[in-house]
Design a protein around this ligand. Structure first.
Ligand code: COA
Length: 258
């Protein structure tokens, strides 16, 4: 499949890098880009050689500067609802539920849908010059790609409401102090930092990584008891080849081969 707005490469063994590639529009997410990203993630899900995915933006100015405002400026309420629903299903929820860890490498502005995309990822590393915010209220909107839910989960209700209601931007260091990102590094170190993290993660059991993601997410799903989900997922691990290999390797004082 030929993609217009998305690049895919493999910067290290087991690591795929997906790049949103509309630098002249600060990588704003239009519907074609969302569909492409979905297709790329579907491919990566099926590719057993891929253990961890990095998601980033092309250029050094923006990760993603939001949903493409030019695309929805004339939408009706129904069209707006469809935009949010399709985007959440195809991309944001899809990434959050992805069975392999996805790390957002935030290389610049992460605004609106861009910050929501980073928040759908499992981990976030930001370049020191990155700026983050949810400016939707300045457009007469609210975040529609999960921002009103995932931001409070990450930073708490008070800080989330401050960012959402002011529509302002925060610097990477502030994001780090609020738990919005896991690390802040110099722009030139962003890729190497993310690769180091990805490689550390990819030494672990892929099966256990996917199950751990599911168990953590259970706490955030309506009507699900996270502790019960953890018990179920924990038990399921015992029936896997990775569990056999991991425990046998420990007992035999060798490194596991997953
Ligand atoms: N949707 C569509 N186009 C966007 C965009 C978005 N979310 N964000 C940036 N762009 C486009 C600009 O329209 C401009 O295109 P043009 O050169 O064809 O006019 C190009 O990207 C560069 O952006 P520009 O605004 O000129 O860069 P800047 O350095 O002056 O400002 C920002 C950078 C990020 C502060 C500014 O682009 C911005 O506020 N973007 C919108 C952020 C937003 O509200 N996102 C939430 C959307 S729901």
């Amino acid at each position: 499949m030929k993609f217009q707005n998305t690049l895919l490469d493999f910067p290290a063994a087991g690591v795929a890098r997906v790049m949103v590639n509309r630098p002249t529009k600060l990588n704003a997410l239009n519907s074609d880009t969302i569909a492409e990203l979905h297709a790329v993630f579907v491919t990566l899900k099926a590719d057993n050689s891929v253990r961890v995915v990095l998601l980033t933006g092309a250029g050094d100015k923006a990760f993603v500067a939001g949903a493409d405002i030019s695309e929805f400026s004339t939408f009706s309420s129904e069209e707006g609802m469809l935009l949010a629903r399709q985007g959440q299903t195809l991309l944001f929820d899809f990434i959050e539920n992805f069975p392999k860890p996805v790390i957002a490498a935030i290389n610049g502005f992460a605004l609106g849908g861009g910050l929501e995309l980073a928040m759908a990822c499992h981990l976030r590393c930001a370049s020191a010059h990155a700026k983050m915010g949810l400016p939707e209220v300045s457009l007469g909107l609210i975040p529609g790609y999960g921002g009103t839910q995932r931001l409070p989960q990450l930073v708490g209700k008070g800080r989330a409401l401050e960012l959402i209601l002011t529509g302002g931007m925060i610097a990477a260091e502030t994001a780090l102090n609020s738990g919005l990102v896991n690390a802040v590094v110099a722009p030139e170190d962003l890729l190497s930092h993310c690769l180091e993290l990805a490689q550390k993660i990819s030494r672990n059991s892929p099966q256990a990584l996917g199950t751990a993601i599911q168990a953590v997410l259970a706490n955030y799903s309506d009507g699900r008891d996270g502790f019960e989900a953890e018990i179920q997922n924990f038990g399921a691990c015992f029936g896997t080849a990775d569990f056999q290999e991991g425990t046998q390797a420990f007992l035999q004082k060798r490194k596991p081969k997953f």
